[in-house]
Design a protein around this ligand. Structure first.
Ligand SMILES: [Zn+2]
Length: 73
């Protein structure tokens, strides 16, 4: 009978543990809301729909707006 001896030079491989959907769902919703907020600022933060006065946000995301094909100017 052989004993299992821990070899520090060759440690046992870590086994991945699945994340239950119930624990994952709040983070998925949170990430989705952040993505929707980013999409709003890139796509609609200008003119009448502007939340932040001035053109700072518009200019900050301007290249992204053109890259994603949103109408701009
Ligand atoms: Zn533009």
């Amino acid at each position: 009978m052989t004993e299992a001896v821990f070899d520090p030079a060759n440690p046992p491989a870590a086994q991945p543990t699945p994340i239950p959907l119930r624990e994952l769902l709040p983070w998925v919703v949170f990430g989705g809301l952040l993505l929707l907020l980013a999409l709003y600022f890139v796509g609609a933060e200008q003119g009448a729909t502007s939340l932040v006065p001035g053109m700072y946000v518009h200019e900050f995301v301007h290249d992204g707006r053109h890259l994603l094909g949103f109408p701009c100017h």
